[in-house]
Design a protein around this ligand. Sequence first.
Ligand SMILES: NC(=O)c1ccc[n+]([C@@H]2O[C@H](COP(=O)([O-])OP(=O)(O)OC[C@H]3O[C@@H](n4cnc5c(N)ncnc54)[C@H](OP(=O)(O)O)[C@@H]3O)[C@@H](O)[C@H]2O)c1
Length: 326
Amino acid sequence: MNVARIIDSVLEAPVIPSFTKIGYNARRRLEGWTELDDYDLHGKVVLLTGATSGLGKAAAHQLARCGATLVLVGRNADRNQQVCDEMINATNNGAISQVAADMGDYRQVDHLAEEVLDRHDRLDVLVHNAGALSPKRQLAPDGTEATVASQVVGPFLLTTRLLDRLAQSAPSRVITMSSGGMYTAGLTVSKLQMDPSSYGGSEQYARAKRAQVALNEMWAARYGHLGISFHSMHPGWADTPGVDASLPTFAKVVGPLLRSADQGADTLVWLAADEEPLRTNGKFWLDRRERSTHKIPTTKKTDTPARRVELWDWVAETAGAAPPAV
Ligand SMILES: NC(=O)c1ccc[n+]([C@@H]2O[C@H](COP(=O)([O-])OP(=O)(O)OC[C@H]3O[C@@H](n4cnc5c(N)ncnc54)[C@H](OP(=O)(O)O)[C@@H]3O)[C@@H](O)[C@H]2O)c1
């Protein structure tokens, strides 16, 4: 084991150094990371949800600097367009467009997929980054709890609709932005959507983020042979408008140690650009390295093959679509 790996393991065990900028800075320095500007993504088409703020905006900016053709997604067309214009001006990359879609509204997700299929004859990278922790329980148009609809069902539907195009563009990638918060949650289907009497934003968020990670592994196992690499990741703790809005006390307490949005987005861009993620499939990453998906035995016990199948089937039924069985 080399020194960088030993130090990485020491950092990984306790959450605070690992998730904050302490972990990012140490790993970056010790492991000699490739500079993101060194990746050339000209000719690659990247679809990125949640691109108007925080981590998604930082990642989009970097991907644009690397020359990628980008389709940016947020819920509001004017806001999306403003971000596109800013990015085109800042990077001189004119190949940036946008589609407005709420990922929890399945008709809008269908429309998003149709737009992308119409506009681009290839799709190299699909990034499911859109997400929020909602302190108040809300429902999506179909009645599904909104966190689950927008971060579990909507992304599943989008991947399903774009699967053929991703396969035609192989080697291609699907990247899901989960959260370290998922370490606290077990895998559940019957309680994936919290009911009004027990609802807590952080717990609901953690359950949805756990489901994302389980589904990512299932996509890889079922469809990896198409030449598509499916990876999920967590960004550590980064200073973004989303964190400020949903966890203001946390943001204040951890404040000086929070990563910048660029630091939180680093692994996302790396997963989209580097060759290494194409050599594996269905992994979970932080700071450019595979991580375990469970830290405590109680959550691991819940993550059974039978429950995963139940999750997949429920999500497909709720989405009203599933990829062909293989
Ligand atoms: N920051 C962190 O420390 C941290 C830690 C762990 C995980 N994450 C994850 O990282 C991702 C980005 O978070 P962030 O901190 O960058 O948050 P943010 O600053 O609030 O950005 C969230 C982005 O998601 C979009 N979005 C939210 N709900 C959406 C929906 N229903 N449909 C379509 N777009 C939607 C927002 O766009 P519009 O508002 O323009 O629609 C915005 O672009 C999320 O998945 C989050 O769970 C962040």
